[in-house]
Design a binder for this molecule. Structure first.
Ligand code: ADP
Ligand code: SF4
Length: 698
């Protein structure tokens, strides 16, 4: 297949100072929890994006000095020459595929607490750090000597970055994550010297650092500036007009402008709260301010939207973090006319969340993300089938669909049996909830791949039991039958059933998603702490019910802090519920009265309700698997060589975990796995005080 000519414009080369990008696909800097700790994994992941057609591939934030250390987060470091190998490796892996490698030099200031180094972060003013833990650390307001030191650190880092072979060197002034941004924003800069007050003064350090970097780089690499255009806090912080004035003052100094919103939660909004191209109203005047190329993001996955951004003069480069994570081969697929194969980001922020949790990145749509090096999983490559075995996959939720997808890609003959009249399992059900329609892409992508394959059969309305499975005699059986929400209140707060709940009007989230309703006043008891409790509240409130929300946590949907949309979810719940009860557990239910208990004092109070919706924990729907396991002696006669259990039916978790589980089994179905071995490669720390030579000779 060849490319549709209307997308030709996306494949035009664009000059960035002394370098030329081969097309307009630009992977903006993004964090990933691999960083300096898992450098081979990070470099391999970036290299695959270059292979997939991204013309520019950047690092995550790269710390320039120990006094702004982002621990416990795992980013890149360029403190001294000892940090060079990891960065050199990344640049080489990117350049091998004809792409440009970029590095985002960062001094985090208020954004990090330097917990590892114990050095005091420097900042424009005396303020506490803004970390999510609210660490008891204050930054030190910089004097002129500190400013001179910072400028020297940045120059040194830029010189090292050039020596590491990078094509694009960033000056970072964005996202509420960088000292230069903090100088720029009046919210964070309270200075009265010539670096504070007027915009001209607040821009001064950014200008100086751009000029310093320009001098150091001296045509050996391109210079990019990443700047945020609005903090979305009104005139308390940086606003669009002021940011545009700042860009106007510096317009021709860098070789490229990379524009974003601040903070990160505004730049990487989840699809529940923001559509594709949400930043356009903030970005659409930047190209009138500068002749230099402009890159911006907007969770772009549609090539038509991308073309529109270029043709209407909004952007020169299609910037992407999440779409490049979900599909590292997105540009190649457009180039080769394989639009239907694009694995579109669903905007769930599972990727972001695991960076925030300081562990390797993962992605709901792309199960290979973060596993490229340690498990040797390439997102587009599949090992040929190891045998002629036929495979039966029971259940077409995210686990079953992904398993069937990869197994059939490998060449196995796969039959999918699904009880319902449509595929998708929980994804299909949850995508009908308010704001989650985009999540349906998990199903749609796999459906698009499976439908044309001659080695795939799908049977809907086919509920299987053990007798049926043994009768069919497929060689391999994969059970992906999902899970069910509990109705007894057991989860984190209660390890045993909530007294009285069994005798009360009660609907689980499954019942609610099936359309069942009981009465007018619902109590949502959220001991799950992710998205579903809030969505049950929103759904019922939108239907006109009175909703009381109760959670033992101090905030609504507390896990969503890591996914960056907790504050938006909390607001939505406050707006739709009649009452929101935090730090409160459902202690018992008695004669239509819910007894709530303060998690700190134990004080109780009663509220009348019609129906309780416990959003607590799930139980695996593993009955079929257990039946089959009990009848293991019959497998050989039936021709069955293995029966595996995957996804939520093994252990209920996220959709990302279900997809990963299905993919993992498809990769390893015919591989002998040593049960006692570590199942992947690891980057080992070289122990400084250990004598490796002696140990080898001993
Ligand atoms: P996961 O997240 O692990 O993929 P889901 O709950 O999303 O799990 O999907 C499980 C799917 O399995 C559902 O679509 C359900 O209808 C289907 N299913 C469950 N039991 C059977 C069965 N015995 N036969 C066929 N399909 C089943
Ligand atoms: Fe997109 Fe979710 Fe994957 Fe992140 S984890 S890239 S938001 S699909």
């Amino acid at each position: 297949m060849s490319r549709d000519p209307r997308y030709d414009i996306l494949f035009e080369p664009v000059k960035i100072g002394p370098r030329t990008a081969r097309n307009r696909f630009y992977q903006v800097p993004h964090c990933n929890g691999l960083g300096y700790l898992h450098a081979s994994a990070m470099a391999t992941m970036r290299g695959i994006k270059a292979e997939g057609g991204w013309a520019v591939v950047n690092t995550e934030q790269c710390e320039i000095h120990p006094s702004a250390d982002s621990s416990p987060l795992v980013e890149m470091r360029l403190w001294d020459d000892r940090d060079l190998p990891a960065l050199e490796l990344m640049a080489q892996k990117v350049q091998r595929h004809g792409s440009l490698a970029g590095v985002e030099l960062t001094y985090n200031s208020y954004a990090m607490a330097s917990l590892f180094t114990r050095e005091i972060p420097l900042s424009p003013s005396h303020l506490p750090v803004q970390t999510s833990n609210r660490d008891p650390v204050q930054c030190r307001a910089m004097d002129k000597d500190d400013i001179a030191n910072f400028r020297r650190w940045h120059r040194n880092a830029a010189e090292r970055a050039v020596r590491a072979g990078f094509d694009v060197i960033y000056v970072y002034s964005a996202h509420n994550l960088s000292l230069l941004f903090h100088f720029l924003s009046k919210r964070w800069n309270h200075r009265t010297d010539d670096y504070g007050g007027s915009l001209e003064n607040r821009v001064r350090l950014l200008r100086e650092v751009i000029e310093d970097t320009h001098d150091v780089v001296a045509g050996r690499a391109a210079l990019a500036v990443r700047i945020s255009l609005d903090e979305l806090v009104g005139d308390k912080g940086l606003e669009r007009n002021e940011a545009e004035d700042a860009i106007g003052m510096l317009a021709e100094l860098p070789d490229l402008w990379d524009v974003t919103l601040s903070d990160w939660s505004n730049d990487s909004q989840t699809s529940r709260f923001a559509p594709e191209a949400v930043e356009e109203p903030f970005v659409n005047r930047i190209k009138t301010l500068t002749s230099k190329p402009v890159v911006g993001v907007g969770r772009f996955t549609s090539p038509d939207t991308m073309v529109s951004q270029i043709r209407r003069g909004i952007l020169d480069f299609i910037g992407a973090a999440r779409p490049s994570i979900a599909d590292p081969f997105l540009p190649k697929k457009i180039e080769e006319g394989r639009i239907d194969e694009i694995r579109e980001c669903i905007g769930c922020n599972i990727c972001v969340a695991h960076d925030e949790l300081a562990v390797p990145i993962r992605c709901t749509q792309n199960p290979t993300q973060g596993e490229e090096w340690r498990r040797n999983w390439h997102p587009e490559q599949a090992a040929p089938a190891g045998s002629q075995d036929t495979v039966l996959v029971i259940g077409s939720g995210p686990a079953g669909l992904e398993c069937a997808n990869h197994l059939s890609q490998r060449g196995y003959a796969v039959t999918i049996a699904e009880r319902e009249s449509e595929i998708g399992g929980r994804v299909t059900r949850e995508a009908r909830l308010p704001g989650l329609a985009t999540w349906g892409r998990v199903r749609d992508h796999r459906q698009a791949l499976l439908a044309p394959r001659p080695n795939v059969d799908l049977y809907l309305e086919s509920e299987l039991d053990a007798d049926a499975v043994l009768e069919f005699g497929f060689n391999r059986v994969v059970v992906a039958t999902g899970s069910k929400w509990r109705r007894d209140g057991v989860a984190r707060h209660h390890q045993h059933p909530v007294p009285g709940l069994a005798d009360t009007a009660c609907l689980t989230p499954d019942d609610i998603m099936d359309g069942k309703r009981l009465g007018e006043h619902y109590l949502i008891y959220d001991d799950d702490h992710y998205y579903l409790g809030s969505l049950m509240a929103e759904l019922l409130a939108a239907e006109g019910a009175k909703v009381t929300y109760v959670t033992p946590a101090g905030i609504v949907s507390s896990w969503s802090v890591a996914a960056l949309d907790q504050h938006r979810i909390h607001k939505a719940v406050l707006e739709c519920c009649d009452s929101v009860n935090l730090n409160a557990a459902l202690a018992s239910v008695d004669a239509g009265q819910a007894v709530l208990e303060c998690v700190f004092t134990g004080a109780t109070r009663q509220i009348p309700i019609d129906c309780i919706v416990p959003v607590t924990a799930r139980l695996p729907a593993d009955g079929l698997f257990l039946d089959l396991k009990q009848r293991r002696s019959e497998w050989a006669d039936a021709g069955i060589r293995s029966v595996d259990l995957i996804g939520d039916a093994y252990a209920p978790g996220t959709i990302a975990a279900a997809v990963y589980s299905g993919h993992k089994l498809a990769r390893t179905l015919d591989v002998d796995i040593e049960p006692d071995a570590v199942p992947f490669r690891r980057e080992m720390t070289r122990i400084e005080d250990y004598d490796y030579e002696d140990a080898r000779n001993a």
